[in-house]
Design a protein around this ligand. Structure first.
Ligand SMILES: Cc1cc2nc3c(=O)[nH]c(=O)nc-3n(C[C@H](O)[C@H](O)[C@H](O)COP(=O)(O)O)c2cc1C
Length: 360
């Protein structure tokens, strides 16, 4: 049961509006902002807004199943809570609050190594299905120590985020003089992240053949193919929500060619601008197995803590169920690329294009 007040949120728009009210300007800008001109952020939305559906009718959709599997475990939605560093500046309890929401609703959490209260405490906070994401700040022994801790604490897979060779210029944070407490130490060891290459991927796969590896931040067919060649289990298509390289393509725009290149030799997950049930269905129609939500999860938490995120997921689930039914399918397995087609976006590319009533 949710706290009664979150049931008063009837739409995702209301959740975003509540988050806006609750957050101070610094944390708000940190959560919603991106790199430099924020072109990549807007392209994420624009790519999704430029996909239209091709619904089929008269197909008996009296029962629609919105559940899926994640690393072979049953989950209630094909959604994962994307890693968010510094979540403790957005919601009391930080990653522990996200873990409670993930466990209560039934979706996986990917924990960031730069998020409080840390690996052990987050694992102890709730029995969520969890995977661990590392920013590399040390040598191979340092990485091995994180792998050991993650395995010991029930994280089902390990992730290197690979689109952070340099930390970007987030101009909202700079202009607002928002000081991120965790950046003081997170910057230490940054040359190790900058120095990462496929050599470390090979080393990981040789040393941990049975501990699945996710590479988060793949944005081209070329790198997706290299990931597959290295035996990586999950190609996570992402541009870090437009927070790293500016002037990239939208994730949904590169997803189809990456899915084709991977040819089922790895799972393909995706994130970047996914805010609606329809967005999730689009990704699955294009061949993604799971969709990460970053800002939307943060907004749900900021709106009303763990119950706010649970409510966000309930609304996403409701939207996904309606979308599947209206497309004439009863499960994601029946979706094909023929259920979507390219179409001009009808709204301006914007971080919040999914929520047109926000300004009203
Ligand atoms: C506030 C914030 C902090 C983030 N911190 C991390 C992080 O620590 N590690 C990481 O791999 N990605 C991080 N990301 C990126 C997300 O995991 C994800 O790729 C991105 O948010 C997806 O785009 P979306 O926010 O439009 O859903 C962060 C994103 C946000 C919004």
């Amino acid at each position: 049961m949710n706290a009664p007040h979150v049931e008063a949120f009837l739409t995702l728009q209301e959740i975003v509006a509540a988050a806006r009210r609750n957050l101070q300007p610094g944390p708000w800008s940190y959560l919603v902002g991106g790199a430099e001109t924020e072109t990549t952020v807007r392209r994420n939305r624009h790519a999704l807004d430029s996909i239209a559906f091709r619904p089929r009718v008269l197909r008996d959709v009296s029962r629609v199943d919105t559940s899926s599997t994640f690393l072979k475990q049953k989950v209630r939605l094909p959604v994962l809570l994307a890693p968010i560093g510094g979540l403790e500046s957005i919601v009391e309890g930080g990653a522990a609050a996200a873990a409670r929401a993930a466990a209560q609703f039934g979706v996986p959490q990917m924990l960031s190594s730069v998020c409080q209260p840390g690996l052990e405490q987050t694992a102890a906070a709730a029995d969520a299905l969890r995977v661990f994401q590392l920013y590399v700040r040390g040598d191979d022994d340092w990485v091995d120590d994180w792998v050991r801790r993650a395995r010991n604490h029930g994280f089902r897979a390990f992730c290197f985020t690979v689109d952070v060779a340099a930390y970007s210029r987030r101009e909202r944070d700079l202009v607002g003089r928002f000081v991120k407490p965790w950046r003081a130490t997170a910057g230490e060891g940054a040359p190790f992240q900058a120095g990462l290459s496929w050599k470390q991927v090979k080393r990981y796969k040789d040393k941990y053949p049975s501990y699945p590896l996710i590479l988060k931040g793949i944005a081209t067919v070329e790198d997706a193919k290299l990931a597959v060649k290295h035996g990586v289990e999950v190609v996570y298509v992402s541009n870090h929500g437009g927070r790293q390289l500016d002037h990239g393509l939208g994730s949904a725009a590169v997803l189809p060619e990456i899915v084709r290149a991977v040819k089922n030799k790895a799972e393909v997950w995706v994130d970047g601008g996914f805010m609606r049930g329809t967005d999730i269905v689009k990704a699955l129609a294009l061949g993604a197995k799971a969709v990460g939500i970053g800002r939307l999860a943060g907004l749900g938490l900021a709106a009303a803590g763990a119950p706010g995120l649970v409510r966000t997921l309930e609304l996403l689930e409701d939207e996904a169920r309606i979308c599947l039914g209206l497309l004439g399918v009863t499960s994601y397995a029946e979706l094909t690329p023929a259920h979507v087609t390219a179409a001009p976006a009808v709204n301006a590319p914007d971080t919040f294009s999914a929520f047109p009533l926000l300004g009203q």
